[in-house]
Design a binder for this molecule. Structure first.
Ligand code: ADP
Ligand code: MG
Length: 351
C-alpha cells in the first residue's frame, strides 16, 4: 500500500545515531564494563580498578594506569568511528580489543559519561564530558592514566532500563566479564569493588602474574577459577595446521548443571562463540549426560587472518575461515586429554 504522505528521508542527528548504535554495543551494565576494561587493557594498563554500584546501573567507574589520552584527542575519543587502534586498511590483522571506535560515544549517549585522563609525564590531566553537542574539556586532578565514569546508565533510554534484571544478576554479569578479561590478561592486576549505598565491598582481586606467558596464564586461571577447578582439570595442548589449542578441561565428574564454567578465548579475546561451545559439548559427548555441562578454559590461537572478529558490535562471536578445522582440533584435543587422564586415574587406582 502506498502511504498517503510521501515519506521524507532525512539524516539523523549525531545523538540519535549514537543512541541507536548503543543498542547493539551496550546491552547491559556488564557490556559497558567490558568495553571500558578492554580500553584500559588496550592502553597498556598494568592495573585496572572497576567500581560499580547498584549492579552498574547507577555507577560504573574504571580506572587504569595506561597511556592516557592527550588533550586534543579527548573530544575525538568521544566521537563516532574515531579510534587510535587501526588505520582501516587491514580489518583482519587486529591485535587490540577495540577497533570500531564506537564504545565511548555509545556509552556517552545512554549514560552520563566523563573521562578524566593524563598522559604520563605530560602537563595537566583533562576531563571531558559526553552528551549534548559540546564535549567541553577542562583541567582535572589525576596522576597518570585514565578514569572513565559512567553514571545512570540507560537514563536516556528507559525502554532498555526495563529489560535489566535484578541488581544482583547485573552485578553477577559484571563480575563474570571482569573475570573473563582477567583470565585473558594475566600480567594485569584487576580489582572489582561494589559501592552500592556508599558501602565499599571487594568482589574480586588478582595481582599481576609474573614469568612466561604460559606460566602466567596458568597461574591466573588458578587465581580466578579456584583450587577446586584446577585440581579437577587436565591440561590441554594440541596443534593442527597452525591452530593452537591450550588451556584446561575439567574432568566429567566436575561438570555442572548449567553452562556457567565455560571460558573460551580466541586470540586472547573472551568469546561466546556457538561453534566453540558446540565443539566443547561434542568433545564431552561420550563422557557426560545431556543435562550436564562441561567446565573448561580454552584458548584458541591462530593467525588473525584466519578469523574475523568483526561479526558483531560486541565482538563476542567470531567467524573462522575453516570452522571444521577448529572444531576437529577441539574435539580431538579434549578427548585425548580426557582419555589420558582417565587412563592415568585407572592405572593409579589399579596399583
Ligand atoms: P575503540 O576502542 O574501538 O578504539 P572506543 O570508543 O572504545 O573505541 O575508544 C576510542 C578511543 O579512545 C580509543 O581508540 C583510544 O584511543 C581512546 N581511549 C579509550 N579509552 C582509553 C583508555 N582507558 N586509555 C587510553 N585511551 C583510551
Ligand atoms: Mg574500545
Amino acid at each position: 500500500k502506498i502511504p498517503d504522505h510521501r515519506p521524507v528521508i532525512r539524516q539523523l542527528d549525531e545523538a540519535a545515531i549514537n543512541r541507536i548504535a548503543a543498542g547493539e554495543v551496550v546491552e547491559r551494565p556488564a557490556s559497558a564494563v567490558k568495553e571500558l576494561v578492554e580500553n584500559a587493557v588496550d592502553a597498556g594498563a598494568t592495573r585496572i580498578e572497576v567500581v560499580v554500584a547498584d549492579g552498574g546501573r547507577s555507577l560504573i567507574r574504571v580506572t587504569d594506569d595506561g597511556c592516557g589520552i592527550a588533550e586534543p584527542d579527548l573530544p575525538l575519543a568521544l566521537s563516532r568511528h574515531a579510534t587510535s587502534k587501526i588505520d582501516g586498511t587491514d580489518l583482519l590483522n587486529i591485535h587490540s580489543f577495540g577497533f570500531r571506535g564506537e564504545a565511548l560515544p555509545s556509552l556517552g549517549a545512554v549514560g552520563r559519561l566523563t573521562i578524566t585522563s593524563r598522559v604520563p609525564g605530560e602537563g595537566a590531566a583533562m576531563i571531558a564530558v559526553a552528551g549534548g553537542r559540546a564535549d567541553p574539556v577542562r583541567p582535572a586532578a589525576l596522576n597518570a592514566g585514565t578514569v572513565v565514569e559512567l553514571r545512570d546508565l540507560f537514563y536516556a533510554t528507559p525502554a532498555r532500563l526495563k529489560f535489566l534484571r535484578t541488581d544482583r544478576a547485573e552485578a553477577q554479569a559484571v563480575t563474570d566479564v571482569v573475570k573473563r578479561l582477567a583470565m585473558a590478561e594475566p600480567f594485569v592486576a584487576f580489582s572489582l569493588r561494589d559501592e552500592t549505598s556508599g558501602q565499599s565491598r571487594e568482589v574480586f582481586r588478582v595481582s599481576s602474574e609474573t614469568g612466561d606467558l604460559f606460566g602466567a596464564l596458568h597461574g591466573r586461571l588458578r587465581a580466578v577459577l579456584g583450587r577446586e577447578f584446577s585440581e579437577n582439570a587436565v591440561p590441554v595442548d594440541a596443534i593442527r595446521e597452525g591452530v593452537h589449542l591450550t588451556g584446561y578441561a575439567a574432568l566429567p565428574t566436575y561438570s555442572r548443571g548449567a553452562a556457567v564454567s565455560q571460558y573460551l578465548f580466541v586470540n586472547g579475546r573472551p568469546v561466546r562463540d556457538k561453534l566453540l561451545i558446540g565443539a566443547l559439548r561434542g568433545a564431552y559427548h561420550d563422557f557426560l549426560s545431556r543435562d550436564r555441562h562441561p567446565a573448561a578454559a580454552l584458548f584458541v590461537d591462530l593467525d588473525p587472518h584466519l578469523v574475523d572478529v568483526n561479526v558483531h558490535p560486541a565482538k563476542s562471536e567470531v567467524r573462522f575461515r575453516d570452522p571444521g578445522l577448529v572444531r576437529g582440533l577441539i574435539v580431538s584435543g579434549l578427548r585425548h586429554a580426557l582419555a589420558e587422564a582417565g587412563h592415568r586415574a585407572s592405572t593409579t587406582v589399579g596399583t
